[in-house]
Design a protein around this ligand. Structure first.
Ligand SMILES: C[C@@](CO)(OP(=O)(O)O)[C@H](O)COP(=O)(O)OP(=O)(O)OC[C@H]1O[C@@H](n2ccc(N)nc2=O)[C@H](O)[C@@H]1O
Ligand SMILES: Nc1ncnc2c1ncn2[C@@H]1O[C@H](COP(=O)(O)OP(=O)(O)O)[C@@H](O)[C@H]1O
Length: 282
């Protein structure tokens, strides 16, 4: 019997960088939020091989695809050589700052753990998630959480209100590694106040949440692509209550009171060649 899982995208409501580690990674403190936008993965039994097909948005399908990397890692960890066929329906824009690859990897760990009846526990899957990428740990649990370390040390928060989210993704991607490399730690610009955002979320106060939005990676990506500054202004003019770049970008998101108002505002936007998506926090 096969199974089907959803793999949700994330946005960063805050993102602060605290230091650069000797291995080149960065210590961060960020508030992560799952959104309704998701990919769908279907897992079916097969003999011998692990194969992958896809529909929806184009994504590189070679051995570096995070789905195949997650599958191979799980095989090794469990000491099995079971096969599987995995089908990905890709809806999350790629190389966008929305953790599309990371969430597919997390769903693959969960899906194959069930398909192959391995019965690995959540903490064992978390250990594998850490090896696949900094954001994969959050994607395994989802919801609302503070992420520290390089992103893998998680403190869950109470579910946030289902504010509406408009995503605007330009027709190019950015390399996360390049953005972190470009960061000047002595000149991060406007830094977030994490505890103030936690309080704003607890109160469910959209205007306070909007006021607390901050992402130091904007200091790199917004300078590389000044058009992103314009998109932020235009989203505010169109009626969003707060705007920010997600992760390393280039996706910019706007917050609204609910999904319906996100749809109304998104319907008025005109960005030829861009992906504009109305969704909400989970
Ligand atoms: C910026 C964030 C914010 O949530 O998201 P995205 O923009 O990728 O969605 C994350 O920190 C990205 O996480 P993720 O994309 O999983 O990172 P990885 O694949 O592990 O790393 C890609 C590259 O980013 C850099 N990197 C990543 C995480 C981190 N804490 N410090 C880093 O310096 C490293 O150069 C690494 O080689
Ligand atoms: N299953 C996957 N879905 C999306 N991207 C993937 C996947 N596997 C590998 N990648 C690669 O991962 C890189 C980062 O993509 P993605 O995870 O969508 O963005 P981000 O890290 O900005 O959130 C891209 O270069 C993409 O080609």
């Amino acid at each position: 019997m096969g199974l089907s899982l959803t793999a949700h995208a994330k946005i960063n409501l805050t993102l602060d960088v605290l230091s650069r580690r000797p291995d080149g990674y960065h210590e961060v403190e960020m508030i992560m939020q799952s959104i309704k936008l998701h990919d769908r993965l279907e897992f079916s039994p097969a003999v011998g091989e692990i194969t992958l097909t896809s529909t929806g948005l184009p994504v590189p399908m070679g051995p570096d695809n995070l789905i195949l990397r997650a599958a191979r890692l799980l095989q090794q960890r469990a000491g099995v050589n079971h096969g599987a066929h995995i089908h990905l329906d890709k809806r999350i824009p790629v190389a966008a700052g929305l953790a599309g690859g990371s969430t597919d990897a997390a769903a693959t760990l969960q899906g194959l753990n069930r398909l192959w009846q391995l019965e690995l526990k959540q903490d064992q899957l978390m250990e594998l998630a850490r090896q696949l990428g900094a954001d994969v740990s959050f994607c395994l649990t989802g919801g609302t959480a503070i992420a520290r370390g390089i992103g893998e040390v998680l403190t869950p928060l109470a579910p946030a209100p289902r504010f509406g989210v408009i995503l605007v993704k330009p027709p190019f991607g950015v390399s996360t590694a390049r953005v972190y490399q470009g960061l000047d730690l002595n000149n991060l610009g406007h830094r977030p106040h994490t505890s103030a955002m936690v309080e704003a979320l607890k109160q469910g106060d959209l205007d306070k949440v909007a006021y607390c939005l901050a992402n130091v990676l904007e200091s790199v990506t917004l300078n590389l692509y000044p058009e992103l500054k314009e998109i932020k202004q235009q989203l505010m003019q169109a009626g969003c209550r707060g705007v920010l770049m997600s992760g390393s970008g280039p996706t910019v998101f706007g917050l609204t009171k609910d999904e319906k108002s996100a749809e109304q505002i998104a319907g008025k936007l005109n960005y030829p060649g861009y992906q504009v998506i109305a969704t909400s926090m989970v």
